[in-house]
Every structure is written in structure tokens, then in C-alpha cells.
Design a protein around this ligand. Structure first.
Ligand SMILES: Nc1nc2c(ncn2[C@@H]2O[C@H](COP(=O)(O)OP(=O)(O)OP(=O)(O)O)[C@@H](O)[C@H]2O)c(=O)[nH]1
Ligand SMILES: [Mg+2]
Length: 390
């Protein structure tokens, strides 16, 4: 599963990325700092069943912070966009190819309105424009991919477009639905450029859903602009965000000067000789971001992307259902992210193809009941897979 970080240039995308992954990405207060993409692991936050089951867990593929499981998910930060990128402005659209594999996107918007459409300093820029032009440029990107292969697609069935777009994680049924909704020919494609763009808008909407990070909420016009974005884009998920605050908290936690779990609305100071400057910066974060908005927004966005956009659930496979452990006795070693609707054999396949091939049944560790291959996994399930191959 891959989440992409996108948006206008100089809005704080790399700050968001660095805060979520602790990868050292280049951050600077001017446009086009990022050229090559940054890749890292962010974490999905979910309650760990260890407390409820009364075991001390020994996580292997994830972390557990006092009953909160942090499960890795891939994150990619790409270069920034400007309006008319499809006409060659800024860095153009080519770099969006880095987002082919993304399942969902987080758009980082500069909600303070202090950078103009090209990322240069200004006052009172309306961040609503960023939301509109990003979607438009993304649609042009999809259209350009279709046009590049037009000679191979023209006159063929809509399946040829599905084949082309499957590399963009776009499902066949979504492609068909988009074409049918727009009354476009699906048997023998003969679409105009306008049709291709309209189709691209439609299919992007379903296949690359976008959450909005209203970033730089700490700056003076942030709150006012955030309220107006919510009003203008009713129905969209818009989260007040301060990526800079999250980055400062994560780094201070890593240094050992504070204890902070990503997504918490508070932190604990550990260091007894913290410099005055850092102390006052942390106080600012506490008063103006954490208390006001209930968190920095970064973790909230990763979680909303994972649970609301991608419809993921967390499942814990074990080998010893009595101890909720693997065969070494490590309790709840792995937390696996799967799509809602996945079945017990899907979990087996995620662990090892052999395990899925020899699938006999699964045992629900909580109830000790056997479940069959039709069993639909529930969030937080703890399951033992019984297979003839193990
Ligand atoms: N006040 C404030 N500044 C922020 C916040 N997040 C990022 N910034 C600043 O915004 C500037 C741009 O940050 P980057 O992360 O480099 O932005 P970007 O979107 O990756 O920029 P490009 O790669 O150039 O497109 C830097 O000076 C950051 O310190 C925030 O939450 N609040
Ligand atoms: Mg950047």
C-alpha cells in the first residue's frame, strides 16, 4: 500500500513526509526544493490488542507504544506542482509518474495563504485555488498517459484503456464505470481530446482519492482560511495540520528530550536541561496546535488515508492461539494491513503463498473457534492459520 504526498510547491510536503517517516528530506522555504521523490515508511496508528488480551506483546514488523500499535505503510513525497504544469510550467507533469503506484493521496495545502500559485511569498493567497488546480493537473497527467498510447488504443474496446491504466492502480470496473457515466463509446474507442480529459477527471476521482492537509495552520491566517475551505469543499476530508510541529516533536522524541507518540494531543518533557528556545517552541506547539486542534494532523491524515480512503483493517496472525504468539513465544508479533472484505485465505497469502495453498482453516484466538475459507476478517482479529503446508 502506498500513500502519495502531493500539492503546490513550497507548501510543506517534504516537511510532512519527514515528520511522518523521520527520513531526512530536503526542506526549504522556496519553490522546487524537491526534484527526485523521497520514499519512506509512515505508521498507521491502531489500538494493540495486547492490553485487552493481557499479554506483553513483542512486535516484529511494527511498534507498540503503551498499547498503541504503529504499523508501517509506504509514503512517497514528490516534487511540487504549479498551475499549467501540463503546459510545461514549473517541473511539468512527468514527475507525477512517480505516483503511478499510489493508492491514495494526501494533498498538502498552504492554508496560511502566504505562498502564491507558484510557491513564492505573498499575502492573502486563496488556498482553495490549490485544491482546484491540483485536481485539474492530475487529470491532465492521466489524459497525457492515455494520449501517449493513443495509436494502440484507438478503435479498440475500453479494455485496452483498463490495461493501460492498471499500472496506475486503476481498476477495470472503475475505468468502465467512468466511461459509461460519461456516455463514451466503450466498444470501439473514438474519443475526442475533450472526452479523454473528462474521462480522466472521472476516473481519477475514484482511483486516486485525495485527502487535504490544511498545513501551516499555526500561521496567522491559517484558522480563518481553514474555516473557509471547509465551507467551500463540503464533503471533503480537510484536516488542520502543522507538519513543522510534528517534525519538531518526532525529532525531540528521537533525541530523548521528550516522550511523544505520533497522533497524541500531548507530550511529556523528559530532559531536565532543555535549552530555553526549544522549551518555548514546544510550549507554542502545545498551546497553539495540540490543545487547539487535538494533534498536529499528520498522524490523523495517515490514519484517515488508511482507514477511510483505503478501507484497511489490521489483523494479527499467530501460531500459538493459546498464547497469542509465534512459535518462539513472541506475543502478537506481526500486525498486517489488509483491505476490508479480505478473507482468512487472503491473510494466509499475505504471510506466505504456501500457507494459502495449503489453507485448511483458521482459528480465532479470542473465541478458539474454527473459521473456514469464507471467513471475512474483522479489524483487530487475532488468527492462527491452519495449513497442510506448515
Ligand atoms: N509555519 C509553518 N511552516 C511550515 C510548516 N510545514 C512546512 N513549513 C515550511 O514551509 C517551507 C517549505 O517546506 P517544504 O517541506 O520544503 O515544502 P515542499 O512542499 O516540499 O516544497 P517543494 O519541494 O519545493 O515543492 C519550509 O520553510 C518549511 O519549514 C508548518 O506546518 N508551519
Ligand atoms: Mg519538497
Amino acid at each position: 500500500m502506498l500513500i502519495g504526498v502531493v500539492g503546490k510547491t513550497n507548501t510543506g510536503k517534504s516537511t510532512f513526509f519527514a515528520a511522518a517517516t523521520l527520513v531526512d528530506a530536503k526542506i526549504a522555504p522556496f519553490p522546487f526544493t524537491t526534484i527526485e521523490p523521497n520514499l519512506g515508511k509512515a505508521y498507521v496508528r491502531s489500538p494493540c490488542p495486547c492490553k485487552e488480551l493481557g499479554v506483553k506483546c513483542a512486535p516484529r514488523n511494527s511498534l507498540c507504544e503503551n498499547g498503541t500499535r504503529l504499523i508501517p505503510i509506504d509514503l512517497i513525497d514528490v516534487a511540487g506542482l504549479v498551475p499549467d504544469a501540463h503546459l510545461g510550467k514549473g517541473l511539468g507533469l512527468k514527475f507525477l509518474d512517480d505516483l503511478r503506484a499510489a493508492d491514495a493521496l494526501i494533498q498538502v495545502v498552504d492554508v496560511s495563504g502566504t505562498t502564491d500559485s507558484e510557491g513564492n511569498p505573498t499575502d492573502f493567497y486563496d488556498p482553495a485555488n490549490e485544491i482546484i488546480f491540483l485536481e485539474e493537473e492530475m487529470s491532465h497527467w492521466i489524459a497525457s498517459i492515455i494520449k501517449r498510447s493513443w495509436s494502440k488504443i484507438k478503435g479498440k474496446g475500453v479494455d485496452s484503456i483498463s490495461g493501460l491504466l492498471s499500472g496506475l492502480k486503476m481498476k477495470e470496473e472503475d475505468v468502465k464505470r467512468a466511461a459509461t457515466k460519461l456516455f463514451l463509446s466503450t466498444e470501439e474507442i473514438n474519443w475526442s481530446n475533450k472526452d479523454i480529459l473528462a474521462f480522466s477527471r472521472e476516473v481519477r476521482n475514484v482511483s486516486k482519492p485525495i485527502l487535504i492537509a490544511a498545513n501551516k495552520i499555526d500561521l496567522p491566517s491559517g484558522e480563518k482560511n481553514y474555516e473557509s475551505l471547509k465551507e467551500k469543499f463540503k464533503g471533503r476530508i480537510i484536516i488542520p495540520t502543522c507538519a513543522e510541529a510534528e517534525l519538531a516533536l518526532r525529532r525531540a522524541d528521537k533525541q530523548g528530550s521528550i516522550h511523544y507518540v505520533p497522533g497524541d494531543a500531548d507530550f511529556k518533557i523528559i530532559s531536565s536541561d532543555m535549552p530555553e528556545r526549544q522549551l518555548s517552541a514546544l510550549n507554542f506547539i502545545k498551546e497553539k496546535v495540540l490543545k487547539k486542534y487535538g494533534g498536529t494532523g499528520v498522524q490523523g491524515l495517515i490514519n484517515r488515508a488508511a482507514f477511510d480512503l483505503l478501507n484497511l483493517i489490521v489483523v494479527y496472525p499467530v501460531e500459538d492461539e493459546g498464547k497469542y504468539a509465534d512459535h518462539f513465544g513472541n506475543a502478537l508479533p506481526d500486525a498486517i494491513l489488509l483491505r476490508k472484505g479480505s478473507t482468512a485465505p487472503d491473510l494466509a497469502a499475505k504471510i506466505h503463498t504456501d500457507l494459502a495453498q495449503g489453507f485448511i482453516c483458521a482459528i480465532n484466538a479470542r473465541t478458539r473457534m474454527r473459521v473456514g475459507k469464507e471467513y471475512v476478517l474483522k479489524n483487530c482479529d487475532v488468527l492462527k492459520i491452519v495449513s497442510s503446508t506448515r
